[in-house]
Design a binder for this molecule. Structure first.
Ligand code: ATP
Length: 240
């Protein structure tokens, strides 16, 4: 029904030296959707995200964004095209304040008025960050740092937001907050590609899901279908 493709991976293979991390992966992400990439440890999820965001180059295959091949384009130029990645774990600037971290999220932009508006929007999404605006990021809790990582990525004004395990290490109540916030982000028109170990929570908010196994695509489908698939629930959801 005229859905617009925002991102396409065509037969993507990525290696570290002679270690094949991702092999022949093809994926399609439609604009406005939440798509999740799940799979066990070492399946190649982070590698896939890092390749999309220009931190790694594919060995073969293509990353096609808004109809253009972007593999080989360096990370800072990929951000300018409208793709931001929120990194896994605590990879924010620990010695800088929350406010300074947010400023850095907008470093490729010049539209001052819109930046101020977007900054206000992320502080609405994450009220905790507003309370901590002058605090050094490294002294915040793991969950707060995770929120800052997502907020900083949003200040790049992405059309496609790449999230690498946003729920990692979070208390259950904060996991709920993060997933609700991801849904709000999507409702503001941002397409989300979500990498998660927490497959259940990811499938509950996603439209579509890809399951990676040892670097290869194992299954794909509507998230609601995968939630009902016994082989998926047994392998990734503890047989729930
Ligand atoms: P996790 O859920 O545990 O973070 P993942 O699905 O994100 O796993 P990747 O981090 O993409 O998996 O790793 C895929 C494979 O590539 C793993 O076997 C990993 O050991 C390997 N790998 C990742 N980074 C490097 C690197 N810098 N050098 C060599 N091998 C790497």
């Amino acid at each position: 029904q005229g859905k617009e493709v925002i991102l396409q991976l065509d037969n993507l293979s990525v290696s570290y030296g002679n270690i094949a991390a991702v092999q022949n992966l093809s994926m399609t992400v439609y604009a406005g959707e939440i798509v999740t990439l799940i799979g066990s440890n070492g399946a190649g999820k982070s590698t896939t995200l890092r390749t999309i965001s220009g931190l790694l180059r594919p060995k073969s295959g293509d990353v096609v964004y808004e109809g253009k091949k972007i593999n080989g384009i360096p990370g800072h130029d990929v951000v300018k095209l409208g793709i931001s990645q929120s990194p896994e774990g605590r990879k924010i600037f620990q010695r800088m304040t929350v406010s300074e971290n947010l400023d850095l999220g907008a470093f490729t932009r010049k539209d001052t008025a819109k930046i101020a508006e977007d900054r206000e929007n992320v502080l609405e999404l994450f009220p905790r960050l507003r309370e901590r605006i002058s605090q050094k990021a490294g002294t915040m809790s793991g969950g707060e740092q995770q929120m800052l990582a997502v907020a900083r990525a949003l200040l790049g004004d992405p059309r496609l937001l790449l999230l690498d395990e946003p729920s990692m290490g979070l208390a259950p109540v904060l996991v709920d907050v993060i997933f609700e916030t991801i849904e709000k982000i999507r409702s503001q028109g941002v397409t989300v590609l979500l990498v998660e170990q927490n497959a259940l929570a990811a499938l509950e908010i996603a439209d579509y899901a890809y399951v990676l196994e040892s670097g290869r695509l194992n299954t794909e489908g509507e998230a609601s279908m995968l939630l009902d698939d016994p082989s998926v629930t047994a392998a990734y959801l503890g047989g729930h």
